[in-house]
Design a protein around this ligand. Structure first.
Ligand code: ATP
Ligand code: MG
Length: 427
């Protein structure tokens, strides 16, 4: 048997996980400070939850879903995105009865059967938010502000926020008509997929990544001339708030998104550093979705951040936050002492790594590799003398510390500001 993972499914190894934690923790803090609570939904739903919400004629539903029958013959799908499941949960648990907006965030894996390449996987992770129950432009601006704030906290530069409005169920059909008229002449230039999209869902043509189609729609009429007065007003107000908040954006009338449920405000954040897969986050309003999935008419807005693409923009590994000490010890009593000390220091929030191996020399080599600032050495000699050696790995200086005061002294050296609580009596 060959130990080999599935194509497009990636392992995230310990060397990379610090970046993941940094993104996850920063996002949690930013979202929770804005009143969002985490929701965890299953990674599978009945297939119709996705096909109904994302739309039958979209690439995701047509080509990209991992769908199978479970043992009772129901059609089940691994989630290709988070919004549909969260809206299903919002309806199922009656969250619309709470004071609105309901503010939720989530993180986890999504699954799409796409062609794996840089920045595109078959299992990938998203961190996202959904705010339901309010249709005011102020909420659109707050949600976008939060996304921008997160990217600022992550110190990511060279990002561009692109903004569009997709209108509502009243005015979008007008634009689709205009678009189809325009595309009639261009039909021979379009790819086979887009020829079909022209019939069933011409908006999708604007989202096609093929060069022939990008060229064919270069001068397509924008949607703004088709927007109804209320969608126009909504979009103007969102832009007004963003200007007031000094959040830079550009308007791109070709952002149609690959999912059918979007209405009014839609947006993407793209990075010029990412090559072909350049979108790091995307989102928008979905004022018809709750009703489409069987709930009461309820507006909503949200976004999803692509975790792998965002992390690929990090220049450095985030610094280790916790102080670390390495305990190198020999013999039964030395190792038992180390183990008890380790438990006590870990309790006090210090990261403690125990050395394994039958010589102090090999343990010191491991200590060196661990990047620790200090090593506490307890060899046979030290046990005899009743004191340990604390070695500062940066300055190479050493000091002898009697066993009775090891905890206090080490805690002080590692965290000069902390007040040790005299726990050494227990050792
Ligand atoms: P793309 O245009 O790159 O196909 P999308 O419009 O399909 O993206 P969304 O459904 O809006 O993507 O998902 C939001 C974010 O999730 C994207 O901006 C991207 O960062 C990330 N993402 C989407 N699909 C993948 C994938 N297959 N692998 C890795 N990240 C992905
Ligand atoms: Mg896609």
């Amino acid at each position: 048997m060959e130990a080999k993972g599935i194509k497009g499914f990636k392992d995230i190894l310990p060397d990379d996980i610090k970046k993941w934690h940094f993104l996850e923790e920063t996002a949690k803090e930013v979202f929770e400070n804005a009143g969002y609570s985490e929701i965890r939904v299953p990674i599978m739903e009945f297939t119709e939850i996705f096909s109904r919400s994302i739309g039958e004629d979209t690439d995701i539903v047509e080509k990209e879903m991992y769908t199978f029958q479970d043992k009772s013959g129901r059609s089940i799908t691994l989630r290709p995105e988070g919004t549909a499941s969260i809206v299903r949960a919002y309806i199922e648990h009656g969250l619309h009865a709470d004071p609105q907006p309901t503010r939720l965030y989530y993180l986890g894996p999504m699954f799409r059967y796409e062609r794996p390449q840089a920045g595109r996987y078959r299992q990938f992770y998203q961190i996202g938010v959904e705010a339901l129950g309010i249709d005011e432009p102020l909420l659109d601006a707050e949600v976008i502000m939060m996304l921008w704030h997160l990217f600022e906290r992550l110190k990511l530069n060279y990002l561009e926020l692109q903004l569009n409005s997709l209108g509502c169920k009243n005015c979008r059909p007008l634009y689709i008509k205009t678009l189809r008229n325009y595309l009639t002449d261009k039909l021979p230039l379009l790819c086979p997929d887009c020829k079909k999209r022209y019939e069933v869902n011409p908006l999708r043509v604007l989202d096609c990544k093929r060069e022939q189609c990008i060229n064919a729609v270069a001068n397509v009429p924008g949607i703004f001339d088709s927007l109804c007065p209320s969608c126009k007003k909504h979009f103007d107000e969102v832009k007004g708030y963003l200007r007031e908040l000094s959040i830079p954006f550009v308007v791109n009338q070709k952002i149609v998104r690959g999912l059918d449920y979007y209405t009014k405000t839609t947006f993407e954040v793209i990075s010029e550093k990412l090559g072909a897969q350049n979108a790091v986050a995307a989102g928008g309003r979905y004022d018809g979705l709750v009703k489409d999935l069987g709930g009461p008419p309820t507006p909503g807005i949200g976004f999803a951040i692509g975790v792998e693409r965002t992390i690929s923009l990090f220049k450095n590994t985030p610094p280790e936050q916790k102080p670390l000490i390495f305990l190198a010890s020999l013999g039964n009593s030395g190792q038992a002492f180390s183990m008890k000390l380790a438990r006590q220091m870990r309790d006090a929030g210090i990261k403690v790594e125990l050395g394994y191996g039958d010589s102090l020399k090999s343990q010191m080599r491991k200590a060196d590799k661990s990047g620790t600032g200090y090593v506490l050495i307890i060899g046979d000699e030290e046990i005899k003398k009743g004191s340990a050696i604390l070695r500062n790995m940066r300055t190479k200086s050493q000091e002898n510390i009697p066993f009775g005061s090891v905890f206090e002294t080490v805690t002080k050296r590692l965290r000069p500001e902390a007040q040790p609580e005299g726990l050494s009596d227990n050792i």
